[in-house]
Design a protein around this ligand. Structure first.
Ligand code: SIN
Length: 321
C-alpha cells in the first residue's frame, strides 16, 4: 500500500494465527499459521478507513512464520525494520502482527532494545483468518487505535480489547481469545470502540538494563547461548552440568516460589557460576516476583519471567566488553 498522507502507520507482518488458514471455517485449532500476507489481512477489513482517520497505511512482510519457530535471525530483521520506521518522519506508530506463542518474548526484546518514543503495538489472533468469527480483524483495528493515540509510547500488546505492557504481558491461555494477562501489574488499559481507557503509564526501559546499540544486535553474527532450566520436585543438577559441558554462556532458572531451588540444582548452578556462566533466578509463579535478600548467591530476574529474563541475559551478554 502506498503512503497517501502526512501521518503514517506502519504494519509489519511476521505471521502467526492471525495470518493462518484452515481447510474449514469451523476449525479453530486444525489450521496452518502464517499463510496470508499482512497487506491482504488489512485489505479484508471493511472498517479500516474509519479507524485510520486519514492516516496512511504502509505494510511490510518482515517474516511469515509460526511464532513457535521464532529465531534470533527474525528478531534481528524485525528490530532493524522497527528501528528504521521509528526514525521516519510522519510515522505515528508501528504495528507488528505476531503469533501469540512467543509474542511476549518479542515484545520484551523490542522494548529492552529500543525503548521506543512512539508506540510499537504487537497484535495477534487466537483464531485463524478463515474462522467463522476471527478475532484478528478486531485486534488489528484496536492496534491501529493505539498506534495513532497521541502520547502513546513503548512496546505494547493488544489482544481482545486489552492493552498490555511489554514487561508484563504473558500468554496464559492456549485457546480462549482473551489469551494474555499482565499478572498482578494489571493491563495498561483497554480499547473500547476505538478509544483508549488508560489505567497506568506506558512502558519504560526495564530496570537495570544497560542500553545496547541497535547495530550491535542487528549485526551480531553469533548470539550467546542462554538456556532455561526449571526447579521442580526431584530436580537435579544433571541438566545444568550437561549445558555447562556444551559451553552454555548463560542460564536462567525458573525457580519455585520466592526463588527457591532444590539443593542439588542450586549446587550445580553455583558451580556453573564459579566456572563463568551467568546465572539468573526467576520465579515460575505467574504472579509476583522474586523478593531478593542480602547475600543471595544468584541474581534475581528483576521481576521478569524466565523467558524474558533469558532475552535480557542474551542482550547483556551481547554487550561489547
Ligand atoms: C503462533 O504463535 O504463531 C501460532 C499460535 C498463535 O498465533 O496463536
Amino acid at each position: 500500500m502506498a503512503p497517501s498522507a502526512e501521518k503514517k502507520i506502519v504494519v509489519l507482518g511476521t505471521g502467526g494465527t492471525i495470518a493462518g488458514t484452515a481447510a474449514s471455517a469451523g476449525d479453530n485449532i486444525g489450521y496452518t499459521a502464517a499463510q496470508v500476507g499482512v497487506a491482504q489481512l488489512l485489505d479484508a477489513i471493511p472498517a479500516l478507513p474509519t479507524v485510520l482517520a486519514g492516516h496512511a497505511l504502509l505494510t511490510e512482510q518482515v517474516a511469515q512464520i509460526d511464532s513457535k519457530d521464532m529465531s534470533v535471525a527474525v528478531w534481528q530483521q524485525l528490530a532493524g525494520r522497527v528501528g528504521h520506521w521509528l526514525t521516519q518522519p510522519g510515522v505515528q506508530g508501528i504495528i507488528v502482527t505476531h503469533g501469540t506463542d512467543t509474542l511476549e518474548e518479542t515484545a520484551y526484546f523490542l522494548q529492552a532494545l529500543l525503548d521506543p518514543p512512539k508506540p510499537v503495538v504487537l497484535t495477534c489472533a487466537m483464531r485463524p483468518a478463515t474462522a467463522v468469527a476471527p478475532d484478528g480483524p478486531q485486534n488489528l483495528l484496536d492496534a491501529i487505535a493505539v498506534a495513532r493515540c497521541p502520547g502513546a509510547r513503548g512496546v505494547v500488546a493488544v489482544c481482545a480489547g486489552t492493552l498490555h505492557g511489554a514487561l508484563e504481558v504473558q500468554k496464559v491461555h492456549p485457546y480462549q481469545v482473551n489469551a494474555f494477562s499482565s499478572g498482578d501489574a494489571g493491563p495498561i488499559g483497554y480499547v473500547e470502540e476505538g478509544r483508549l481507557r488508560l489505567l497506568r503509564d506506558w512502558p519504560k526501559a526495564p530496570t537495570g538494563q544497560i542500553p545496547i546499540a541497535i547495530e550491535t544486535v542487528v549485526n551480531a553474527t553469533r548470539w550467546p547461548r542462554v538456556e532455561i532450566v526449571m526447579n521442580y520436585a526431584g530436580a537435579s543438577g544433571a541438566m545444568v552440568q550437561a549445558l555447562v559441558a556444551q559451553g552454555v554462556q548463560g542460564l536462567v532458572v525458573a525457580a519455585t516460589g520466592n526463588g527457591t531451588l532444590h539443593h542439588d540444582l542450586q549446587d550445580a548452578l553455583l558451580a556453573a557460576q564459579r566456572a563463568g556462566v551467568r546465572v539468573v533466578r526467576a520465579s515460575r509463579c505467574p504472579n509476583g516476583r522474586v523478593l531478593a535478600q542480602p547475600g543471595d548467591p544468584i541474581a534475581d530476574s528483576q521481576g521478569l519471567s524466565a523467558v524474558k529474563a533469558r532475552v535480557a541475559l542474551m542482550l547483556a551478554l551481547l554487550q561489547p566488553p
